[in-house]
Design a protein around this ligand. Structure first.
Ligand code: SF4
Ligand code: SF4
Length: 296
């Protein structure tokens, strides 16, 4: 939890936002209530879909690029920005707004959001936000809480409709996004970073491609020797060819193995043996450093 004794303010914009929320916001639990309604008849309709920083998760990108029938590369080029900040530990992907004065969202139509059923997590959550402090070093789960975001000019907050937090999350289909969000956090909030680890530019790129550029990651899986070197269930391999959720699931497991050395994917016995042979040879020639078996 952040407090007055917390270290220097982080440079990563997501962490800066999180720090501010943790200190400033009244906390809401699942049964706390709030008032909100958003509909085409409201005077501010569509006014909030512009000039906003919407951070995208890998699952947001998957849903949107599929909805738009684009490759992940095309989607990233056309609809996102990849800001680079000092001290950034993992890649940041932000929805790119139009270049007009209002910086309108590219998906906004006169009738509202043009990709409504596949809109990203932050758009689903509004007017709620979610904040979570980091898990403690001894394994306790960090505190999670919701808070009400009061965007200036949002008339929806003056409407009479009551919601509990729980009802709102259910209504907005947040559950599956949260499951993917939790899986993503196993990467972005990994102990490796907590203990001061930083990724090399190559590994940062690997993380970006596997999480966000799924079509490119699919090529890597099926057009490299990767599947020869790891034990991956055959049915699951077939599933990954066509099912993007399976591919993303594998991407997360693969990254935990290749970036942090977790045993989330298993090296085939003969490959492990050959690698051990290499290690032995290195020792023989007085070279102790070994290459990662995951490296090409
Ligand atoms: S994705 Fe849809 S809901 Fe989100 S800002 Fe754009 S138009 Fe608005
Ligand atoms: S400002 Fe609030 S009420 Fe108005 S369109 Fe946006 S979310 Fe809906």
């Amino acid at each position: 939890m952040s407090d007055e004794n917390a270290g220097p303010v982080p440079d990563d914009p997501r962490e800066q936002l999180q720090e501010k929320i943790l200190t400033d916001s009244p906390r809401l639990g699942p049964d706390d209530t709030f008032k909100f309604a958003c509909h085409p008849g409201i005077s501010c309709f569509n006014k909030c879909c512009g000039d906003v920083n919407i951070f995208l998760s890998p699952y947001d990108v998957l849903r949107m690029k599929r909805r738009l029938e684009m490759t992940s590369g095309e989607f990233l080029d056309k609809y996102t920005l990849l800001p680079v900040q000092k001290g950034m530990k993992t890649p940041v992907v932000v929805l790119r707004m139009k270049d007009d004065d209002a910086k309108t969202c590219q998906f906004l139509t006169g009738e509202g959001c043009g990709i409504y059923s596949d809109r990203p997590w932050p758009c689903r959550m509004y007017p709620l936000g979610l904040a979570a402090s980091k898990d403690t070093p001894d394994g306790w789960r960090g505190e999670r809480f919701y808070f009400l975001m009061r965007e200036e000019g949002c008339q929806g907050l003056c409407e009479a409709k009551d919601w509990t937090v729980r009802q709102w999350l259910e209504d907005q289909g947040i559950d599956e996004y949260d499951e993917w969000g939790e899986a993503f956090k196993e990467l972005t909030l990994h102990d490796f970073f907590e203990t001061g680890g930083t990724l090399t530019p190559d590994k940062m790129h690997m993380l970006f491609v596997a999480c966000y550029d799924l079509d490119k990651f699919r090529e890597f899986v099926f057009e490299s020797t990767l599947l020869d070197r790891f034990e991956v269930d055959e049915d699951f391999v077939e599933q990954m060819r066509y099912d993007e959720e399976s591919l993303l699931r594998f991407a997360f497991l693969w990254l935990r193995f290749s970036l942090f050395g977790e045993e989330t994917v298993k090296v085939k016995a003969d490959v492990a043996e050959a690698f051990q042979g290499n290690l032995d040879k290195r020792k023989m020639f007085g070279k102790e450093s070994a290459t990662d078996p995951a490296e090409e």
